[in-house]
Design a protein around this ligand. Structure first.
Ligand code: ADP
Length: 270
């Protein structure tokens, strides 16, 4: 019976290995499919603004004596160029985040400072749309991580809140703590997100309304970047939304121990 048991064990081990190999192969195939999709999407997304710039340039060249056309079309060229450069930057960010050990810098980060910096970066766009961005919540909370990446995450959420809201509405960003977690909630009074789209919006290049997103300068990469940054910090992104009323995106991160003391240390008394 000893030999039989041994044979059974070997058979079981082999079966396990075969299953493991099959799993590996499925995973590898899925990865390869994702890579191919990504390249196809990137090519498409890059070609669109390049094609537009080329057409606009041709129109300007054919109408050199019409100052109104020249002004309007060069403005649009500039907008497309800005979108193109944002897209290239986001593709670089995303590929960096997908590296296995993506988190390059990890230090004690004051969440208030990250939020203030992110609010600053969307100020011009918010003002242009007459949207008030209010910052509040519990002060002095800290997390461990990369301050530049965390700022990018909050900035992307704020940027979305501003872009997907009607003019003259309010966006707020509140920081809170509980259960060993820090929550940064970005609340808007915008168009909202239908229930069946709430998972998909985190996919690369997924947009509920592609034409609208392009018009507002979107790339379809913002939320997938936020999701990666959250995951790389051991956190996640929660989403609540009521279509037509607004959305709340919450960046949830593990709280750093002794955070308040560290925050006090990093902002010395005047
Ligand atoms: P985009 O650059 O298009 O905003 P994102 O990845 O940031 O790309 O978001 C994906 C899609 O999710 C958007 O195109 C939009 O349809 C939807 N979305 C994101 N944030 C919001 C929001 N605050 N309110 C409503 N819809 C949103």
């Amino acid at each position: 019976t000893g030999t039989l048991r041994l044979q059974l064990r070997v058979a079981a081990l082999t079966a396990d290995r075969v299953l493991l190999l099959a799993d590996d192969r499925t995973a590898a195939r899925r990865l390869e499919e994702m890579r191919r999709d990504f390249v196809a999407n990137v090519s498409h997304e890059l070609k669109t603004p390049v094609g537009a710039i080329s057409l606009l340039a041709e129109t300007v060249r054919n109408n050199p004596d019409d100052p109104e056309t020249v002004r309007r079309f060069t403005d649009r060229m500039q907008r497309e160029a800005r979108r193109l450069s944002a897209l290239v930057q986001q593709i670089i960010d995303l590929s960096r985040l997908q590296e296995p050990d993506a988190l390059i810098d990890s230090e004690l980060v004051a969440v208030d400072e990250v939020v203030a910096e992110a609010v600053d970066r969307v100020a011009v766009e918010a003002r242009a749309r007459n949207i008030v961005v209010a910052q509040g919540g519990t002060p002095g909370l800290c997390v461990h991580g990369d301050p530049a990446l965390l700022t990018t995450a909050v900035r992307n959420l704020l940027d979305n809140a501003v872009r997907h809201s009607p003019p003259a509405t309010r966006v707020s960003v509140g920081v809170s703590r509980g259960d060993g977690l820090v929550r940064v909630a970005v609340v808007d009074q915008g168009i909202g997100i239908p229930e069946d789209k709430r998972e998909r919006v985190f996919e690369r290049f997924y947009r509920i309304d592609a034409a609208r997103s392009r018009q507002t300068g979107g790339t379809g990469l913002g939320l997938s970047i936020v999701k990666h940054i959250a995951a790389d910090h051991g956190g996640r992104v929660d989403l609540w939304s009521t279509p037509g009323r607004g959305s709340t995106f919450t960046l949830v991160l593990p709280e750093a121990q002794g955070g308040s003391d560290a925050a006090a240390l990093s902002t010395p008394e005047p």
